[in-house]
Ligand binder design. Structure first.
Ligand code: GLY
Length: 341
């Protein structure tokens, strides 16, 4: 079905997200300081996700409930080929999903390489709340989900199956930046901002509720046409997501392998603890990745997004084109993160 030798000889690089017509504004010169409650999330699909989370936050609900409800919107949307139902499959045609969630008490749950379940974030929450464990993977995660009332479904939509079959013709596992934008019906004909060829995948969402508690959620179908069993940063606590209710919360998007290598979201939160602003903390984490291999970094995208305990938020990315969505009582806006390149 594919040439493993060719694959193993090539580097793992990022696959793009379907980013469409933009009405973004530049990141605040200084990090946005806002009152609580507030929810922020990655990419354009963060806006409708935030709106759903806001229903919980604006009525005094818990940040944990808000982030779960929020990320379920892109998980269920078949047009988003990088998260949940309709996600692009792995190289063998399996749609395998990764998700994690973390609450204000340091509770966390994660599922990795989960198939057939539309809402992996809710399974991750159940792992956190109903088991003594943090992570369930693959078949075990599926068994757990089915035993707890989740329905087994086919997540491979005709569109993603067609795209996979097209990819199989070459089975090239090499940098195909912005592959979703090339594949998707949407996005190529609309106003795509400069640099958006590096746009990526995951929805990461962090929220601060009216009581001043933080939570976060992160969910993705991961790298398109990945090796079966590959897991990125998104479901790894500390890499794709980290919440410390004393300090702040952070999440990431982009090439997961690079984020795992620096335990990115945990790093950002620790930098917040040292007194850095959210944007500066995210920038420092990006620099950590780039400094490890500056040449390689030119070809990939990673973005971080952070929220402090006081409601201050910020983001930073390697490449231009990382948008993020912010919603609170005063604003519902898209921002463009600043970037190194
Ligand atoms: N950031 C998503 C992934 O690499 O799977």
């Amino acid at each position: 079905m594919f040439n493993r030798r060719k694959f193993l000889g090539s580097s793992l690089l990022g696959i793009a997200g379907s980013i469409i017509g933009k009405k973004t504004i530049a990141s605040p010169i200084h990090n946005g300081v806002t009152g609580k409650p507030i929810v922020i999330s990655t990419w354009d699909f963060g806006k409708p996700a935030n709106a759903e989370a806001w229903k919980v936050l604006s009525t005094g609900g818990r940040a944990l409930d808000a982030v779960e409800a929020g990320v379920k919107i892109p998980e269920a949307d078949p047009n988003i080929q990088t998260v949940g139902y309709g996600g692009l499959p792995d190289r063998d045609g399996h749609v395998t999903l990764d998700a994690c969630i973390m609450d204000e008490n340091g509770g966390c749950g994660s599922v990795m390489c989960l198939e057939h379940i539309v809402h992996p974030i809710s399974v991750a929450r159940m792992v956190m709340e109903k088991t003594p464990h943090v992570v369930l993977v693959g078949e075990g995660a599926l068994q757990f989900a089915l035993a707890n009332g989740f329905k087994k479904e086919n997540l491979l939509t005709p569109k993603s199956e067609k795209d996979w079959k097209e990819w199989l013709k070459s089975s090239k596992y090499e940098p195909v930046i912005n592959i979703e934008n090339k594949l998707a019906n949407i996005s190529t004909s609309t106003a795509v901002m400069p640099g958006s060829e590096f746009n990526h995948d995951t929805i990461g969402m962090v929220a601060l509720d009216a009581k001043g508690n933080l939570s976060g959620a992160c969910t993705t179908s991961g790298l398109a046409f990945k090796m079966h069993g590959r897991v990125g940063d998104s479901p790894i606590i500390g890499a794709g997501l980290f919440v410390d209710n004393e300090v702040g919360a952070a999440t990431s998007t982009g090439v997961g392998e690079e984020v795992i290598r620096i335990v990115g979201s945990h790093l950002v939160v620790e930098l917040l603890r040292q007194g850095m602003s959210p944007e500066d903390a995210c920038k420092k984490a990006v620099e950590r990745i780039v400094n490890r291999n500056p040449e390689k970094a030119k070809t990939l995208q990673v973005g971080f997004l952070a929220l402090k305990k006081n409601g201050e938020f910020g983001a930073y990315a390697i490449q231009k084109g990382f948008s993020y969505a912010v919603k609170n009582g005063e604003q519902e806006k898209m921002y463009d993160a600043r970037s190194l390149f």
